[in-house]
Design a protein around this ligand. Structure first.
Ligand SMILES: CC(C)(COP(=O)(O)OP(=O)(O)OC[C@H]1O[C@@H](n2cnc3c(N)ncnc32)[C@H](O)[C@@H]1OP(=O)(O)O)[C@@H](O)C(=O)NCCC(=O)NCCS
Length: 168
């Protein structure tokens, strides 16, 4: 198996399913932009009153410290995430599941994968921003164990704490 393929087993409805992650390639970018635009354009407009620009999505995915993976099922990218892990802190830049595949467990699988990556990098927290009007994402993050820390502008900062290795 190539080294950049990762497998997570999750409980999708009743059956256990294996989800295959792979590192994002530059050739994936048009699909990732399309998924993000379809999901986020109306949320950004309702939260911030501005158009979501491709440049902003690319800045999050391609930042100097960003690491991104996609879930690919039968040659179709159904979701992706992008994270930064710096100075003991992980940050989720983006997490997106393609319309038509939401509610099938892929978001949960990505959050589990992010948790494993953060833990193995000895991060102490995982943070993310969520837009005030993105109620379903907020519900999803709470379901994944994140709590609201503060509000900045039209975003909430949410956080999950990881086990403290220093105490070991
Ligand atoms: C938010 C998102 C990443 C969640 O991924 P997902 O694959 O749809 O979520 P899952 O199937 O793993 O759902 C896990 C749980 O989250 C909650 N949840 C997920 N989507 C939800 C929705 N649209 N409304 C309410 N709750 C939701 C539910 O509690 C669900 O558990 P259940 O199925 O047992 O009820 C995905 O729906 C998405 O990409 N949404 C649009 C983009 C977005 O808002 N991204 C976050 C930007 S900050």
């Amino acid at each position: 198996m190539p080294t950049n393929i990762f497998i997570i087993q999750i409980n999708m409805n009743i059956e256990m399913a294996e989800i295959l992650f792979r590192e994002m390639h530059r050739k994936d970018l048009p699909i990732l932009l399309m998924i993000s635009q379809e999901n986020m354009a109306s949320i950004i407009l309702s939260s911030w009153g501005v158009e979501l620009r491709d440049e902003e999505i690319l800045r999050a995915i391609l930042g100097p410290d960003a690491y991104s993976e996609v879930i690919e099922i039968d040659d179709e990218i159904v979701g992706y995430f992008s994270i930064d892990i710096l100075d003991g802190k992980a940050f989720i830049n983006a997490i997106q599941v393609k319309k038509g595949h939401q509610g099938e467990g892929y978001g949960t699988a990505m959050m589990e994968r992010i948790y494993v990556l953060a833990l193995s990098s000895r991060a102490k927290t995982i943070d993310l921003w969520v837009q005030l009007t993105n109620h379903s994402a907020m519900k999803f993050y709470r379901y994944c164990g994140y709590r609201t820390i503060s509000r900045q502008g039209n975003n909430y900062l949410m956080r999950k704490d990881l086990p403290n290795h220093d105490a070991e």
